[in-house]
Ligand binder design. Structure first.
Ligand SMILES: [Fe+2]
Ligand SMILES: [Fe+2]
Length: 219
Protein backbone atom coordinates (compact mmCIF):
# COMPACT_ATOMS: atom_id res chain seq x y z
CA UNK A 1 0.00 0.00 0.00
CA UNK A 2 1.34 3.43 -0.86
CA UNK A 3 1.65 6.37 1.47
CA UNK A 4 2.96 4.27 4.34
CA UNK A 5 6.69 4.79 4.13
CA UNK A 6 7.93 8.02 5.64
CA UNK A 7 11.31 9.27 6.82
CA UNK A 8 10.35 8.06 10.31
CA UNK A 9 9.82 4.47 9.11
CA UNK A 10 12.22 1.88 10.51
CA UNK A 11 14.31 0.07 7.89
CA UNK A 12 13.26 -3.34 9.27
CA UNK A 13 9.57 -2.42 8.99
CA UNK A 14 9.98 -1.13 5.43
CA UNK A 15 11.61 -4.39 4.26
CA UNK A 16 9.17 -6.54 6.24
CA UNK A 17 6.19 -4.84 4.60
CA UNK A 18 7.75 -4.76 1.13
CA UNK A 19 10.59 -7.27 0.71
CA UNK A 20 11.44 -5.96 -2.77
CA UNK A 21 12.67 -2.68 -1.29
CA UNK A 22 15.69 -4.65 -0.02
CA UNK A 23 17.17 -4.55 -3.52
CA UNK A 24 17.14 -0.73 -3.57
CA UNK A 25 18.63 -0.52 -0.07
CA UNK A 26 21.33 -3.04 -1.01
CA UNK A 27 22.27 -1.02 -4.08
CA UNK A 28 22.60 2.10 -1.93
CA UNK A 29 24.63 0.23 0.68
CA UNK A 30 22.03 0.98 3.37
CA UNK A 31 22.23 -1.72 6.05
CA UNK A 32 18.64 -2.76 6.81
CA UNK A 33 19.86 -6.02 8.23
CA UNK A 34 21.80 -5.70 11.48
CA UNK A 35 21.09 -1.94 11.42
CA UNK A 36 17.36 -2.38 10.79
CA UNK A 37 16.23 -0.53 13.90
CA UNK A 38 17.17 2.85 12.43
CA UNK A 39 14.71 5.12 10.66
CA UNK A 40 15.48 6.63 7.24
CA UNK A 41 16.00 9.96 8.94
CA UNK A 42 18.57 8.45 11.28
CA UNK A 43 20.44 6.87 8.38
CA UNK A 44 20.61 10.16 6.46
CA UNK A 45 20.89 12.38 9.52
CA UNK A 46 23.04 14.93 7.73
CA UNK A 47 20.86 15.02 4.60
CA UNK A 48 17.13 14.88 5.44
CA UNK A 49 16.22 15.61 1.80
CA UNK A 50 17.87 12.29 0.84
CA UNK A 51 15.77 10.48 3.45
CA UNK A 52 12.63 12.09 2.02
CA UNK A 53 13.54 11.21 -1.59
CA UNK A 54 14.29 7.61 -0.64
CA UNK A 55 11.08 7.30 1.40
CA UNK A 56 9.13 8.42 -1.66
CA UNK A 57 11.01 5.99 -3.93
CA UNK A 58 10.47 3.03 -1.57
CA UNK A 59 6.84 3.96 -1.18
CA UNK A 60 6.39 3.68 -4.95
CA UNK A 61 7.63 0.06 -5.08
CA UNK A 62 4.78 -2.26 -5.95
CA UNK A 63 5.59 -5.93 -6.55
CA UNK A 64 2.56 -8.25 -6.51
CA UNK A 65 4.41 -11.29 -5.12
CA UNK A 66 5.89 -9.32 -2.21
CA UNK A 67 4.76 -11.01 0.98
CA UNK A 68 4.67 -9.45 4.42
CA UNK A 69 5.80 -12.40 6.57
CA UNK A 70 4.70 -10.70 9.78
CA UNK A 71 1.22 -12.05 9.03
CA UNK A 72 2.35 -15.68 8.59
CA UNK A 73 2.30 -18.38 11.24
CA UNK A 74 5.64 -19.17 12.89
CA UNK A 75 5.68 -22.63 11.31
CA UNK A 76 5.07 -21.21 7.87
CA UNK A 77 7.76 -18.56 8.33
CA UNK A 78 10.36 -21.13 9.44
CA UNK A 79 9.44 -23.41 6.56
CA UNK A 80 9.96 -20.51 4.15
CA UNK A 81 13.34 -19.59 5.67
CA UNK A 82 14.50 -23.20 5.36
CA UNK A 83 13.17 -23.81 1.86
CA UNK A 84 14.49 -20.60 0.36
CA UNK A 85 17.40 -19.11 2.31
CA UNK A 86 18.95 -22.21 3.88
CA UNK A 87 18.75 -24.17 0.63
CA UNK A 88 20.10 -21.23 -1.37
CA UNK A 89 22.97 -20.47 1.05
CA UNK A 90 24.28 -24.03 0.92
CA UNK A 91 23.98 -24.10 -2.85
CA UNK A 92 25.76 -20.75 -3.24
CA UNK A 93 28.58 -21.62 -0.82
CA UNK A 94 29.12 -24.88 -2.74
CA UNK A 95 29.17 -23.06 -6.06
CA UNK A 96 31.46 -20.14 -5.09
CA UNK A 97 34.07 -22.43 -3.54
CA UNK A 98 35.35 -24.15 -6.75
CA UNK A 99 34.84 -20.98 -8.78
CA UNK A 100 37.10 -19.05 -6.42
CA UNK A 101 39.75 -21.78 -6.69
CA UNK A 102 39.56 -21.58 -10.47
CA UNK A 103 39.87 -17.77 -10.51
CA UNK A 104 42.81 -17.88 -8.09
CA UNK A 105 44.61 -20.38 -10.33
CA UNK A 106 44.15 -18.15 -13.36
CA UNK A 107 44.65 -14.67 -11.87
CA UNK A 108 46.85 -15.00 -8.82
CA UNK A 109 49.80 -13.39 -10.55
CA UNK A 110 48.06 -10.06 -11.16
CA UNK A 111 45.42 -10.03 -8.42
CA UNK A 112 47.03 -12.20 -5.75
CA UNK A 113 46.60 -9.79 -2.84
CA UNK A 114 42.95 -9.13 -3.48
CA UNK A 115 42.13 -12.77 -4.21
CA UNK A 116 43.93 -13.92 -1.06
CA UNK A 117 41.81 -11.50 1.00
CA UNK A 118 38.60 -12.65 -0.71
CA UNK A 119 39.61 -16.29 -0.17
CA UNK A 120 40.16 -15.68 3.53
CA UNK A 121 36.86 -13.79 4.00
CA UNK A 122 34.82 -16.26 2.01
CA UNK A 123 36.22 -19.28 3.82
CA UNK A 124 35.61 -17.69 7.21
CA UNK A 125 32.06 -16.85 6.17
CA UNK A 126 31.50 -20.36 4.79
CA UNK A 127 32.77 -22.10 7.93
CA UNK A 128 30.65 -19.85 10.17
CA UNK A 129 27.50 -20.15 8.08
CA UNK A 130 27.66 -23.91 7.76
CA UNK A 131 27.58 -24.24 11.53
CA UNK A 132 25.12 -21.42 11.96
CA UNK A 133 22.53 -22.99 9.63
CA UNK A 134 22.83 -26.30 11.45
CA UNK A 135 22.40 -24.66 14.87
CA UNK A 136 19.23 -22.98 13.65
CA UNK A 137 17.86 -26.17 12.12
CA UNK A 138 18.75 -28.50 14.98
CA UNK A 139 18.35 -26.20 17.98
CA UNK A 140 16.77 -22.80 17.47
CA UNK A 141 13.84 -23.58 15.15
CA UNK A 142 12.69 -26.69 17.08
CA UNK A 143 12.93 -24.70 20.33
CA UNK A 144 10.81 -21.88 18.90
CA UNK A 145 8.23 -24.28 17.49
CA UNK A 146 7.89 -26.22 20.73
CA UNK A 147 7.87 -23.08 22.89
CA UNK A 148 11.00 -24.22 24.74
CA UNK A 149 12.52 -21.59 27.01
CA UNK A 150 15.99 -22.11 25.49
CA UNK A 151 14.71 -20.28 22.36
CA UNK A 152 15.49 -16.85 23.79
CA UNK A 153 19.15 -17.47 24.56
CA UNK A 154 19.62 -19.42 21.32
CA UNK A 155 18.17 -16.49 19.43
CA UNK A 156 20.61 -14.02 21.05
CA UNK A 157 23.45 -16.32 20.09
CA UNK A 158 22.19 -16.46 16.50
CA UNK A 159 21.84 -12.66 16.37
CA UNK A 160 25.43 -12.36 17.49
CA UNK A 161 26.49 -14.71 14.69
CA UNK A 162 24.45 -12.66 12.21
CA UNK A 163 26.45 -9.59 13.18
CA UNK A 164 29.62 -11.52 12.56
CA UNK A 165 28.47 -12.61 9.11
CA UNK A 166 27.32 -9.05 8.38
CA UNK A 167 30.72 -7.68 9.27
CA UNK A 168 32.50 -10.18 6.98
CA UNK A 169 30.12 -9.20 4.17
CA UNK A 170 30.93 -5.51 4.71
CA UNK A 171 34.63 -6.28 4.43
CA UNK A 172 34.03 -8.39 1.33
CA UNK A 173 32.04 -5.58 -0.23
CA UNK A 174 34.84 -3.09 0.51
CA UNK A 175 37.53 -5.46 -0.74
CA UNK A 176 35.71 -6.08 -4.03
CA UNK A 177 34.67 -2.40 -4.44
CA UNK A 178 31.02 -3.34 -4.30
CA UNK A 179 31.58 -6.54 -6.22
CA UNK A 180 33.04 -4.74 -9.23
CA UNK A 181 35.42 -7.03 -11.12
CA UNK A 182 38.76 -5.61 -12.36
CA UNK A 183 38.91 -4.44 -15.99
CA UNK A 184 40.96 -7.45 -17.09
CA UNK A 185 38.63 -9.97 -15.40
CA UNK A 186 37.64 -13.03 -17.42
CA UNK A 187 34.08 -14.38 -17.46
CA UNK A 188 34.77 -16.70 -14.47
CA UNK A 189 36.06 -13.77 -12.43
CA UNK A 190 32.91 -11.80 -13.26
CA UNK A 191 30.71 -14.77 -12.44
CA UNK A 192 32.50 -15.14 -9.10
CA UNK A 193 31.68 -11.53 -8.22
CA UNK A 194 28.06 -11.93 -9.39
CA UNK A 195 27.66 -14.98 -7.16
CA UNK A 196 29.27 -13.26 -4.18
CA UNK A 197 26.98 -10.27 -4.65
CA UNK A 198 23.90 -12.51 -4.89
CA UNK A 199 24.98 -14.46 -1.80
CA UNK A 200 25.49 -11.24 0.12
CA UNK A 201 22.05 -9.89 -0.88
CA UNK A 202 20.37 -13.17 0.07
CA UNK A 203 22.06 -13.24 3.48
CA UNK A 204 20.77 -9.72 4.15
CA UNK A 205 17.18 -10.79 3.45
CA UNK A 206 17.63 -14.00 5.42
CA UNK A 207 19.02 -12.24 8.49
CA UNK A 208 16.34 -9.57 8.28
CA UNK A 209 13.62 -12.23 8.47
CA UNK A 210 15.26 -13.94 11.43
CA UNK A 211 16.34 -10.85 13.37
CA UNK A 212 13.12 -8.93 13.00
CA UNK A 213 10.21 -11.06 11.83
CA UNK A 214 11.02 -14.33 13.58
CA UNK A 215 12.57 -12.72 16.68
CA UNK A 216 9.30 -10.94 17.41
CA UNK A 217 7.69 -14.35 18.01
CA UNK A 218 10.16 -15.16 20.80
CA UNK A 219 9.65 -13.40 24.10
FE1 LIG B 1 18.78 -19.00 8.95
FE1 LIG C 1 20.56 -17.02 10.90
Amino acid sequence: MRGQITTASRLADIVAAKPSTATILDELGVDYCCGGNRSLLEVFGDAPYKAAALAAELDEVVVPEDRDWRGASTGELIEYILATHHVYTRKALGSVDPLLQQVMQAHFQHHGESLAAIHHMFNTLKAELELHLLKEEKLLFPAILSGDESAKSLLSEMEYEHEDAGSILHKLQDQTKDFTPPDDACESYRELFRQLKALSADIHRHVHLENYVLAERVS
